[in-house]
Design a protein around this ligand. Structure first.
Ligand SMILES: [Zn+2]
Length: 394
């Protein structure tokens, strides 16, 4: 009897012990959770599994750039394949390299910096590495054609493209720009917020998308914004900043420079940019913020589809001045067969465009997205015809 009851007692004790141990295990796990939830501070984010040697990441990427791999992974996927790499590397930027840290705050400089009216001479291209292999057609169209907005038939009329850049920072003004009759081309600043949402609504409104990439101006007191491309940055750093910008959203046909009167004179730096655009099948619109830009020459060298700004619409932010610039744009279009105007989402610009855009057609011009002009410029002169421009949809 005593043997059996002590065995029973032992069994009971063992059961209690196991239950107690289990409770002890559960209880402490609960506690920190409530504390963390209450204090709301993002104090301890769940530690990610330690990624080994972040520095090494740059090595394969750089070698890949020097010897460009012919594979084009962006064809099957709508999102640029290089995008995911950027966020991982971004926080790692610290290592002592000579590259300066990005400017602290996103200062919105509404002006594209003073410009010369027309480029005088194109600076000679110094020694640049030979162009990479010509853009492979891959299995589909390059991004600049894939994301192009369909253009209306021009029927021989002069084409006018309106590009508004610096879009995305001032949200109310950006919404007004998006609400303009289109198709116009909206170039969103890399460092604006909520770009996937903002650009999706722009695209849904029928506009073409571009990426507005900050580049170093001549005037050193003017900040072009975070992650700007500068002449002092080495190739690896330039590539990193560029990849960061190019990964901000998808569906854009190419880039144009925000400021950049210093950087666009630098053939080595521009080669890094244009070889990457070539690799991704994107076009380059030179804002021409300096007459000494090497944009067109380096674009030609890399076979990148190219256009240049003809007229700035709102150097002076007042309605009369904007109207004058638009008249100048029309004259240019009549003389050249096409013209590219760049403006900004300033109130005066948008007010004037709101009235002017609907009158274009009846006055003998065709409003087109930028890609329609780029297509025209890149068609062989002989085979130039309307059929190459896709008809309007719906
Ligand atoms: Zn700009």
């Amino acid at each position: 009897m005593s043997g059996r009851s002590s065995a029973l007692l032992l069994g009971l004790l063992a059961g209690l012990f196991i239950a107690g141990a289990a409770a002890a295990l559960l209880w402490p796990a609960e506690k920190p959770r409530t504390v963390a939830a209450r204090s709301e501070a993002p104090a301890a984010p769940p530690a990610p599994p330690p990624r080994s040697a972040p520095v090494v990441r740059d090595v394969p990427r750089e070698t890949a750039r020097i010897a460009p791999p012919p594979k084009r992974e962006d064809a099957p996927k709508p999102a640029p394949a290089a995008a995911p790499a950027a966020p991982v590397t971004a926080p790692v930027a610290a290592p002592a390299a000579k590259s300066p840290p990005p400017p602290p705050a996103a200062v919105y400089d509404p002006d594209p910096e003073p410009t010369v009216a027309e480029p005088t001479t194109l600076a000679a291209i110094p020694t640049v590495p030979p162009p990479a292999t010509p853009p492979p057609a891959a299995s589909g169209q390059p991004a600049w054609q894939r994301y192009a907005v369909a253009a209306p038939p021009t029927s021989g009329r002069p084409m006018i493209a309106i590009v508004l850049d610096d879009v995305g920072l001032n949200r109310p003004q950006s919404r007004r720009a998006i609400a303009l009759p289109g198709p116009i081309t909206l170039s969103f600043l890399t460092y604006a917020e909520d770009l996937p949402q903002q650009t999706a609504s722009a695209r849904a409104a029928g506009h073409e998308l571009m990426l507005h990439v900050p580049m170093e101006p001549m005037e050193s007191s003017v900040s072009p914004g975070p992650e700007a491309l500068t002449v002092a940055a080495n190739e690896t750093e330039l590539q990193r900043r560029l990849n960061w910008g190019l990964g901000r959203f998808t569906g854009f046909v190419g880039i144009n420079n925000h400021m950049g009167s210093r950087f666009t004179q630098d053939a080595d730096g521009m080669s890094v940019v244009l070889s990457e655009l070539q690799r991704r099948g994107l076009l380059f619109l030179d804002s021409v913020t300096t007459g000494r830009t090497v944009g067109s020459a380096v674009a030609a060298r890399y076979g990148v589809p190219f256009a240049r700004r003809d007229v700035f619409l709102d150097h002076v932010q007042d309605a009369a001045a904007v109207r004058q610039s638009l008249e100048q744009l029309e004259r240019k279009a009549r003389a050249q067969g096409y013209a590219v105007g760049i403006g900004h989402p300033h109130p005066a610009t948008i007010d004037v465009l709101q009235a002017w855009l609907p009158t274009l057609q009846s006055r003998g011009y065709t409003l087109v997205p930028l890609t329609a002009i780029v297509k025209r410029l890149h068609e062989p002169a002989a085979g130039r015809n309307e059929a190459a421009i896709p008809p309007p949809r719906g």
